[in-house]
Design a protein around this ligand. Structure first.
Ligand SMILES: *Cc1c(COP(=O)(O)O)cnc(C)c1O
Length: 436
């Protein structure tokens, strides 16, 4: 673990203000970059042609992995691997301890009251499907209302539609304004006695909008509705405290947090988790099994059937440690400077339209360029070594809201530099010239 990045004093939460406040250190992005082996590779290498340095600006799709994550997973497989929760032998116990410690890390990361609030899943998508399949299937009825927003990723739309076709409740959608901000007045108007669930993103993967989740939650609870928040884009960019925001469910995915694929988490309020039936059946989630009837374990294990993603869990634990070491406030500040730089320069290019200009937004920059299809833009930028995402970003209703079928998206991560923000803008300028 590179201990050169000391966690900064000013990253401590306001509640921990008894700690001495240290003056901010400069964020040493070049040092951070050394922790990510993949950032040293070149792209578009061919025999006889030197490749181009990789400018990786597709972090909202997935983050690259620091050495600490890679090493932790290799160490697990080389030194500390056995199945968990069932062996009494030495290695199984060691692996179980390491794996369960990750549950504790996730709990701390979200400031959950206990590790028992944390269900480990395959990703954010599975976490949302788990809530739909268990809480939703048990408690939603015809005539009930579920409120989503136009900002949602498909992962927080389709599970509810699938359940709707089975249960016959109504889905209502909170609109956003021209800047991509959630319309809180419209949301307040949609709430009513029939509202059973509000499932809304904490941060949009297209516009970068950060939604006012504490207010959303407070209003929903006033009507007796539960709240699920999708934190896939927020936990990577800023500190999140589920005891301050106070939702009933909070989900995120590991691979965008610089961890491996195949791992994510669901935070659930204890009283709610205890009311929920199992998700999948199998080993690990049962208390006792007989052909006369089977009893289930308490949460969170009730929702974790089968051998869990052990190696991925170890990797996620290392990713959380890494992000915490840098400090999420420090990461947010750094990424914001990149967002500002790229936004200011992109705005000056005639024909560029930025999609999502909320004052409170994460370092995600979606845009379209007049007369150039986003796919052409993405392909040409890629030729210059600049990796961005183009397309519908798993959020078709949101793109439709802005009247486009596809858009280009640059999203910054903790290892990106001002030079890379400039490389993005230079690529857009070059593409524009190309199409003149
Ligand atoms: C990426 C993303 C998801 C889904 O994450 P998976 O890892 O594919 O499950 C859900 N919501 C948002 C906002 C996302 O950005």
């Amino acid at each position: 673990m590179p201990d050169a990045h000391r966690k900064r004093g000013h990253t401590s939460a306001p509640t921990a203000s008894h700690r001495p406040i240290l003056p901010p250190e400069p964020y040493d992005v070049e040092r951070v970059r050394l922790d990510f082996p993949i950032l040293r590779r070149l792209v578009h290498e061919r025999p006889g042609r030197l490749g181009k340095p990789l400018v990786y600006l597709d972090n909202a799709a997935s983050g690259q992995k620091p050495r600490a994550v890679i090493d932790a997973m290799v160490r697990c497989m080389e030194q500390e691997y056995a199945n968990v929760h069932r062996g009494i032998h030495y290695l199984s116990q060691q692996t179980t301890d390491a794996y369960e410690a990750v549950r504790g890390k996730i709990a701390c990361f979200l400031n959950a009251p206990s590790r028992d609030n944390i269900v480990i899943t395959r990703n954010a998508t599975e976490a949302i499907n788990l809530v739909a399949a268990t809480w939703g299937r048990r408690f939603l009825e015809p005539g009930d209302e579920v409120i989503l927003s136009v900002l949602e990723h498909h992962a927080n739309i389709v599970p509810w539609q699938l359940l709707q076709s089975e249960k016959g409740f109504t889905i209502k959608v909170v609109p956003c304004d021209a800047r991509g901000q959630l319309d809180v007045d419209a949301y307040a108007d949609l709430l009513g006695p029939k509202t059973k669930l509000v499932a809304i993103t904490h941060g949009s993967n297209v516009t970068g909008t950060i939604t006012p989740v504490a207010e959303i939650t407070r209003l929903a609870h006033r009507h007796g509705a539960l709240v699920l928040l999708d934190g896939s884009q927020t936990v990577v960019h800023m500190p999140v405290d589920v005891q301050v925001i106070n939702p009933d469910f909070y989900v995120f995915t590991g691979h965008k947090l610089y961890g491996p694929t195949g791992i994510g988490a669901l935070y659930g309020r204890k009283s709610v988790l205890h009311q929920m039936p199992p998700y999948q059946g199998g080993g690990d989630m049962i208390a006792a099994v007989s052909f006369d009837g089977t009893t289930y374990r308490d949460p969170p294990y009730r929702f974790e059937a089968g051998t869990p993603p052990i190696i991925e869990g170890i990797g996620l634990g290392a990713a959380i440690d890494y992000v915490e070491m840098l400090g999420r406030d420090a990461i947010a500040l750094h990424e914001h400077s990149l967002l500002e730089r790229a936004t200011k320069r992109l705005e000056q290019i005639e024909g560029v339209r930025i999609i999502g200009t909320a004052p409170d937004k994460a370092a995600i920059l979606s845009f379209v360029l007049d007369g150039v299809h986003p796919h052409d833009l993405g392909m040409l930028a890629d030729q210059m070594g600049v990796a961005i995402r183009v397309g519908r970003h798993c959020a078709e209703p949101l793109l439709a809201r802005f009247g486009v079928e596809a858009a280009a998206r640059a999203s910054f991560g903790l290892y990106n530099t001002i030079a890379e923000a400039d490389a993005l803008v230079d690529a857009v300028v070059a593409v524009k010239e190309f199409f003149r």
